[in-house]
Design a protein around this ligand. Structure first.
Ligand SMILES: [Zn+2]
Length: 272
């Protein structure tokens, strides 16, 4: 499932073909949304924006389309008015004169007044937006000190979009590793210095992953491993999805721990 960095990169690509262009035709696949097509066709698109794992398309005036891919949704960019053959169902097509942005399989699509978006149930509960240009490191530290989050494990908090928006399964393991903390620790167990480490790791890894297309490993090490012939999947992470393989830093075999049905990967030597 794509996490914040992947969603923001998808939003950037879609923005490249849609932002500041006229949507000559907008079509919806779901019957209950079909009547919105004529209302949006012919209007200019101001901007495309990622919020957590949702993607917003702001039309000129006050209308914004909210889309969330959940597990199956997928955006495809095609030549103008082209509909590549697909076994997936087309749920939204936005054609400009130069390209088309197509959303397949997603069913969580709705039209909002821009002013009301903050009350959308998903957006309203989003925590700190790690990739937003105006988010400061202190905001993450503040979340870790917030009484509301003190007694929950870091493993649970890091997947809670109300804590930090956009963190998913791979970022969770990588943040815990880089901060040198264990998944079952709670914010109240951490001293100020360790809280700072968790905040910095979240901040740095999210940004690095966005910049590099998903690499959370040390970049010098990743470049060296790539040169040695390792695939992207093998060199991109510190510990995520590396069960039994030696930690890059200390050679201890990486361990997989299952918490609430989802995997966390740790190095028992580096994290304690
Ligand atoms: Zn290690």
């Amino acid at each position: 499932m794509p996490e914040g960095p992947e969603i923001k990169r998808a939003a950037d690509q879609i923005a490249q073909v849609l932002a500041r262009r006229t949507a000559v035709q907008v079509e919806f696949g779901l019957p209950k949304l079909k009547q919105l097509g004529p209302k949006l066709s012919g209007r200019k698109i101001d901007a495309v924006e990622a919020r957590g794992k949702a993607l917003l398309i702001h039309f000129e005036g006050s209308d914004s389309l909210y889309t969330h891919n959940q597990l199956y949704g997928r955006w495809v960019i095609a030549k103008a008015s082209e509909r590549p053959h697909s076994s997936r169902s087309l749920r939204l097509a936005i054609d400009t004169r130069s390209a088309s942005a197509l959303l397949y399989s997603a069913s969580d699509i709705s039209l909002w007044k821009r002013a009301d978006l903050a009350s959308h149930p998903y957006i309203a509960r989003l925590g700190v937006e790690l990739l937003s240009a105006d988010t400061e490191l202190g905001a993450i530290h503040y979340q870790l000190e917030n009484a509301r989050f003190q007694n929950r494990t870091l493993a649970a908090l890091l997947l809670d979009q109300g804590f930090l928006a956009g963190v998913g399964n791979y970022l969770r393991s990588e943040i815990l590793f880089v901060a040198g903390v264990l998944p079952h620790w709670r914010p109240r167990d951490l001293d100020k210095n360790t809280r700072m480490k968790v905040a910095s790791a979240a901040w740095e890894l999210m940004r690095q992953s966005y910049r590099t297309g998903g690499i959370t490993n040390d970049l010098t090490r990743a470049a060296r491993l790539k040169k040695r012939g390792l695939s992207f999947g093998r060199y991109r992470h510190h510990v995520f999805d590396r069960e039994g393989e030696p930690c890059w830093a200390c050679e201890t075999p990486v361990r997989r721990v299952t918490l609430a049905g989802r995997n966390v990967f740790i190095c028992p030597t580096c994290q304690r």
